[in-house]
Design a protein around this ligand. Structure first.
Ligand SMILES: Nc1ncnc2c1ncn2[C@@H]1O[C@H](COP(=O)(O)OP(=O)(O)O)[C@@H](O)[C@H]1O
Ligand SMILES: [Mg+2]
Length: 255
């Protein structure tokens, strides 16, 4: 589904974050991108989202080179990106409204997405009905993240990109939302890519883990984690990732 082919990117030409970097993602896979702060995780997400562009190489999704954001890609940023002056319901509807502005030419968005309002369905599925008329400041962090997820799912993405989605939530909420995210993606046939700096989170969510290290990243280091989503951490793999991150000379939080 995603083909990252020999890309080079850096904010300054002298210090590239990626250099000749190649990575492939198959449809329906659940990936975690793991690495210490500053290694380029968010940047890679921006490149996949079509908000930044490699200076060399190419990224294509579903066989099409990425020159702009594509309608089928959902992106959830680190702070959820909710509008503080809009209610939960209005925030969930926001994506649909923006998409409607593109016009019905079918070039930017599929026509059918302009007609049906799926917001009430997703507000209900994410347990937000009771707080739908409240503002983001009046709900919990977990509910804010649920609102951001609902807002993305109304657009029926086939690819969901999430940046450190659960790191500011308490342990129980974090666990619940990880589970919910995985099951919704499986149910809706969505390919999932989650960025995290936490080994535990990568192991919980990523059936495959892409480990980034000190820039420039040249080779994709990939770890298979078939136990993701089963509520159980693979201790051996945990230790291996821990050693890998340590070997790179980065300080990471203790397990
Ligand atoms: N807009 C920007 N302009 C210049 N440098 C940036 C910009 N965004 C990020 N960087 C730098 O690029 C590096 C990688 O950033 P980022 O992708 O956000 O890392 P991560 O998400 O892994 O913490 C960091 O050194 C960061 O300071
Ligand atoms: Mg980041």
């Amino acid at each position: 589904m995603i083909h990252v082919h020999q890309i080079t990117f850096g904010y300054t030409p002298t210090s590239p974050l990626f250099e000749g970097f190649t990575w492939d993602v198959a449809r329906g896979e659940m990936w975690a991108i793991l690495g210490p702060s500053g290694c380029g995780k968010t940047t890679l997400l921006m490149l996949l989202a079509g908000l930044r562009f490699p200076t060399a190489g190419q990224i294509s999704i579903e066989g099409r080179p990425i020159h702009r954001p594509r309608p089928g890609t959902g992106l959830i940023l680190q702070d959820y990106g909710l509008l503080p002056w809009a209610t939960v319901r209005q925030n969930v509807e926001l994506g649909l409204r923006i998409r409607a502005l593109y016009g019905p030419d079918g070039k930017h968005a599929p026509k059918e997405s302009l007609t049906e309002n799926r917001a009430p369905y997703w507000i209900d599925r994410l347990g937000l009905t009771e707080v739908a008329e409240r503002y983001p400041s009046q709900i919990s962090g977990g509910q804010r993240q649920r609102t951001a997820i609902a807002r993305t799912l109304v657009l029926q993405p086939d690819l969901l990109l999430m940046d450190e989605p659960f790191s500011s939530l308490d342990a129980v909420t974090c666990h619940d939302l990880q589970h919910l995210t995985l099951s919704l993606c499986q149910e809706q046939g969505i390919t999932l890519i989650v960025v995290t700096h936490a080994i535990e989170e990568a192991l919980a969510l990523g059936q495959k883990i892409l480990l980034l290290g000190a820039p420039p990243n040249r080779q994709a280091r990939i770890f298979e984690n078939p136990r993701a989503g089963q509520g159980q951490i693979d201790r051996r793999l945990h230790n291996q990732l821990w050693e890998e991150m340590k070997r790179q000379g980065h300080s990471v939080a203790s397990p």
